[in-house]
Design a binder for this molecule. Sequence first.
Ligand code: ADP
Ligand code: 5GP
Length: 206
Amino acid sequence: MVEHNGVVLVLSGPSGAGKSSLINKIADDIGEYYFSISTTTRPMREGEEEGVHYHFVSKEEFKKDIAENNFLEYATVHENYYGTSLNPVREALNKGKLVIFDIDVQGNTAINNRLGDITTSVFITPPSLSELKNRLESRATDSKEVIENRLKMAKREIQRTSEYEFLVINDDLDIAANVLRQIAITARLKIPYDRINRFVQKWENI
Ligand code: ADP
Ligand code: 5GP
């Protein structure tokens, strides 16, 4: 990737963990950021808007983007494709923004492989599986079958929590938001390897 001053904050966690609620809570306190809008082949949920929550495309369109190398990363989640388009992320990083991703554990691995030096990763979860079930049921955006599937996925995802730098347990929303706010502010302090190396070389030669 080209030279940039931006940094990355990866948020993962089961669907229903509270990622959107937490971002909304801290949005005004973390400076200029770009929330990466993923592309997906899953159907739009009630209340969602094209270009706001996701770019909703057909499987054919998604496969075309894969072939054209338009994705920074992509994965299959709940039998649908989800992917992060490269260009808007590159643009936001070049502008020095904090780029926030709401992506799954596979996406976190991919982002860490490509942008690990400027990435801070956070796993967000409700305090228990039963609380996750309660929240998904009261959010009332998914069918019973979809919720069962998400809970199954969540049991698998939680096993990979140790791949993240931070774990935020979203029990009380305000407390969890305070923790995430501090992590997001600190994420901005990461310095890419190439800038560190240049600094070290200069430092030795003055
Ligand atoms: P995600 O973006 O991770 O899928 P949401 O932010 O949509 O999760 O949250 C899922 C549901 O749980 C929503 O109905 C939200 O209002 C609720 N919720 C989020 N955080 C809490 C919390 N700390 N306590 C109780 N309910 C919560
Ligand atoms: P949902 O269908 O609830 O919006 O999202 C399902 C899962 O897909 C969540 O775990 C979410 O983090 C993940 N996800 C959303 N966008 C992307 C993406 O662009 N890449 C990857 N790898 N995962 C994504």
